[in-house]
Design a protein around this ligand. Structure first.
Ligand code: ZN
Length: 569
C-alpha cells in the first residue's frame, strides 16, 4: 500500500471536534473521517485496523463454540412489539417506515430477531445449547454522540446469543464467554477489569462489564487492588469503614447552625470534618417521605436504594413537595426523635458515636449523638457509595475508584425474551418450556478507539502488533534515487512473499514530514531507506513502541523485520 494523500490523508493540526486523544489521532493519522455527528467513514488503514480487531473477536468466538450468523440491520417492528421494547427503547432507537407505511428500526441490538429465528426451528432439548454471534453495524440515536468511535450513533459490535435448557447450562456458556472476552481484551493489548454491572434495558439478573481503566471513561467502577473483585460504582459493596464518628458526649447537645445545611458548611462551622456529620437525603417513594442517612463523606447510591425500597419509582423530594411532609425539616432532618417518616440507614452508621445530625428544627443541629443510645439505625443497609480506600468485601484489600471505558457487556437473561416471544423447546418430558438465554456484546469500533486511547504518545499512535493495520512502514527518503526506489521495491516483494503487506511512503516530501507522519500513523516498525544505503549498505529499523532504532544490512532486512515484530509489544 502506498502512502499518498488519498490513501492516508494525515492532518497536521488537531481537528476542532476532537476532545480526546483517540478521536484526534484516528482523524489526524488519516484512519477515518466524520460524516455526521457520531457517524464515520473508515479509510483504508482504519478499516484494516478494525478488521484486525474483528478477526481477534471472531477467532475467540469460534474457539468458544459460537457460530457466526448474519442478521439484517433493518428490523421490522413486530418482534420488538412482542418483547415490549419497541416502546421501552424511546428516542434512542432509529426508526423508519417503508413505502407501505410499516414500521422498521435500524437494529440497536438483536435479542428479538435471534430469539424469533431460533424459536422457529422448534428445538428440542437435544438441539441445545446453541450460541450464535454476528459482527454487525448497530445504530443508537445517542443524545450526545462524542469521543469519536467511543460513543457513536452508528458503530460496529459483535453480539452473541445463547439458548439453553436450564440455568446450569447457561452458566457454563456464560463462563466460557467471559473467558473469551478476557482473551479478546488481551489479544488487543487492553488491560481489562471484569466488573459486576447493572442490567438496565437489556434485562436479566446477572451481568458483567469489561472495563478498561481510563481517564476519559464514561463509567465509574470500583475495584480491588489485591483481588479480582470489581463492580460498577452503582452496584459495588464495600465493608463498612469504621471511620465514621467524632467527639463523644454524655448526651446530645443542640448547636445553633443558622442557614447551614450542607455537610461541608456544618462541618467547617463546627471545626470538624465530614467524617462526623450524618448526611440526610430526603426522597419520595409511593407518596411517602423516606429519609436516607449516610456518613457525611459518602453519597446515597440510588441503585442500592432501589433494591432496598424494592422499586425504582422514587425521586429526591422537591421543594414544592415539602409542605406535604411536615415531619421532615428540609436541611435539618436528623434521626433523633424523628417520627412519621420512613427511615433507611447506611450500615456504617450502626455503632457510630460523636455524630452531628440535624435537630429536626430549622437552623439547629445536634452534636455528640450516639447510635444505639439516642436513636437506632434500623433498618440498616448498604445504601452509600464507596470512597477511595474502602475495604474490599472479599479480601479486605483497598478499593480503588476509577473511570473506565466499557468495551463489552455480558448478561444472563433467563427467560425474559423467550417467555415474551413464545420461544420454547421440547424438554425430555415432552413438555414445552421457555429457553434460558444469555446475551454477549463487545464493541469492535469502540475497542479500536480504546486501543489508540491506551497506546499513543505525543507523536501519534503506537499500534500493538496484534491490531496494527499493517506491520511495517517503509520510508523512502529520496524516491528519485534509483537505488533507494529499487531497495524499497525488493523489500516490498520479499515481505509480500511472506504474506506481509506493508505501507510505503514514497512521496516527494521532506524527510521531516515523512518521519512525523510515520510516528503519527504509528505502524509497529519503520524501515528508513536513505543515504546510508549508499555509504554502507544499511537501512534503519525503528520500533515505534519503544523508539529503539538500529541499522541493519539491507540484505538481512526481512529476517530482522520478522524478528523485531515478534519482539515488539
Ligand atoms: Zn479484594
Amino acid at each position: 500500500m502506498r502512502f499518498s494523500r488519498v490513501t492516508v490523508p494525515t492532518l497536521k493540526e488537531k481537528p476542532a471536534e476532537a476532545q480526546i486523544p483517540s478521536h484526534e489521532l484516528l482523524l489526524r493519522a488519516g484512519m477515518m473521517r466524520a460524516v455526521a455527528a457520531g457517524i464515520y467513514t473508515m479509510l483504508p488503514l482504519g478499516a484494516l485496523a478494525l478488521q484486525r480487531v474483528e478477526d481477534i473477536v471472531r477467532r475467540e468466538m469460534n474457539a468458544a463454540g459460537a457460530l457466526e450468523v448474519v442478521l439484517p440491520t433493518l428490523h421490522p417492528a413486530d418482534p420488538w412489539m412482542k418483547s415490549g421494547r419497541w416502546h421501552q427503547y424511546g428516542p434512542e432507537m432509529m426508526r423508519l417506515g417503508d413505502r407501505q407505511g410499516r414500521d422498521f428500526c435500524l437494529g440497536p441490538t438483536a435479542e428479538e430477531l435471534i430469539t424469533e429465528a431460533v424459536a422457529k426451528t422448534a428445538p428440542s432439548y437435544r438441539d441445545l445449547p446453541v450460541n450464535l454471534y454476528q459482527i454487525q453495524t448497530k445504530f443508537r440515536d445517542e443524545t450526545r454522540p462524542r469521543f469519536g468511535l467511543i460513543r457513536g450513533r452508528e458503530f460496529r459490535m459483535k453480539d452473541a446469543y445463547s439458548f439453553h435448557v436450564d440455568e446450569g447450562d447457561l452458566d457454563r456458556t456464560y463462563d466460557r464467554m467471559r473467558q473469551a472476552y478476557s482473551s479478546v481484551a488481551r489479544g488487543c493489548s487492553l488491560p481489562v477489569r471484569v466488573v459486576e454491572a447493572v442490567t438496565g434495558l437489556i434485562g436479566g439478573d446477572v451481568s458483567h462489564e469489561f472495563m478498561v481503566v481510563s481517564g476519559i471513561g464514561e463509567d465509574v467502577l470500583v475495584y480491588c487492588g489485591d483481588c479480582d473483585y470489581g463492580a460498577d460504582a452503582e452496584l459495588e459493596s464495600h465493608s463498612p469503614g469504621g471511620m465514621f464518628g467524632g467527639t463523644e458526649a454524655a448526651a446530645p447537645q443542640e448547636v445553633h447552625t443558622p442557614g447551614l445545611v450542607s455537610v461541608e458548611e456544618v462541618a467547617s462551622f463546627l471545626g470538624t470534618g465530614p467524617a462526623s456529620v450524618t448526611k440526610c437525603v430526603l426522597y419520595v417513594a409511593g407518596g411517602e417521605a423516606v429519609a436516607v442517612f449516610v456518613p457525611g463523606y459518602r453519597e446515597v447510591s440510588e441503585t442500592k436504594l432501589a433494591r432496598v425500597l424494592g422499586t425504582d419509582e422514587f425521586h429526591p423530594m422537591r421543594e414544592d413537595e415539602r409542605e406535604k411532609f411536615p415531619a421532615v425539616t428540609a436541611g435539618y432532618t436528623g434521626p433523633v426523635g424523628l417520627e412519621g417518616v420512613r427511615t433507611v440507614f447506611d450500615l456504617e452508621i450502626a455503632g457510630a458515636r460523636g455524630l452531628i445530625c440535624g435537630a429536626n428544627r430549622p437552623d439547629y443541629h445536634l452534636g455528640g449523638v450516639e447510635e444505639g443510645r439516642d436513636f437506632a439505625a434500623e433498618p440498616a443497609f448498604d445504601v452509600a457509595t464507596a470512597v477511595q480506600g474502602d475495604a474490599c468485601v472479599r479480601c479486605g484489600g483497598e478499593l480503588r475508584i476509577a473511570r473506565g471505558i466499557e468495551i463489552g457487556h455480558i448478561f444472563k437473561l433467563g427467560v425474559k425474551y423467550s417467555e415474551a416471544m413464545g420461544a420454547s423447546f421440547t424438554d425430555r418430558d415432552g413438555k414445552d418450556k421457555p429457553m434460558i438465554m444469555g446475551t454477549y456484546g463487545i464493541g469492535t469500533s469502540r475497542i479500536l478507539a480504546t486501543v489508540v486511547e491506551q497506546h499513543h504518545d505525543d507523536g501519534g499512535i503506537k499500534w500493538p502488533v496484534s491490531v496494527a493495520p499493517l506491520p511495517v512502514e517503509v520510508l523512502v527518503i529520496s524516491p528519485g534515487r534509483r537505488e533507494q526506489a529499487e531497495a524499497a521495491e525488493r523489500l516490498t516483494r520479499a515481505l509480500a512473499g511472506r504474506g506481509m503487506e506493508i505501507l510505503v511512503d514514497d512521496r516527494e516530501a521532506s524527510p521531516g514530514v515523512k518521519f512525523n507522519d510515520a510516528d503519527l500513523v504509528g505502524l509497529p516498525l519503520q524501515v528508513v531507506i536513505g543515504k546510508k544505503l549508499d555509504s554502507d549498505g544499511t537501512v534503519d529499523l525503528k520500533v515505534r513502541y519503544t523508539g529503539e532504532r538500529r541499522a541493519v544490512r539491507v540484505e538481512l532486512a526481512v529476517e530482522e523485520i520478522e524478528r523485531a515484530l515478534e519482539e515488539a509489544p
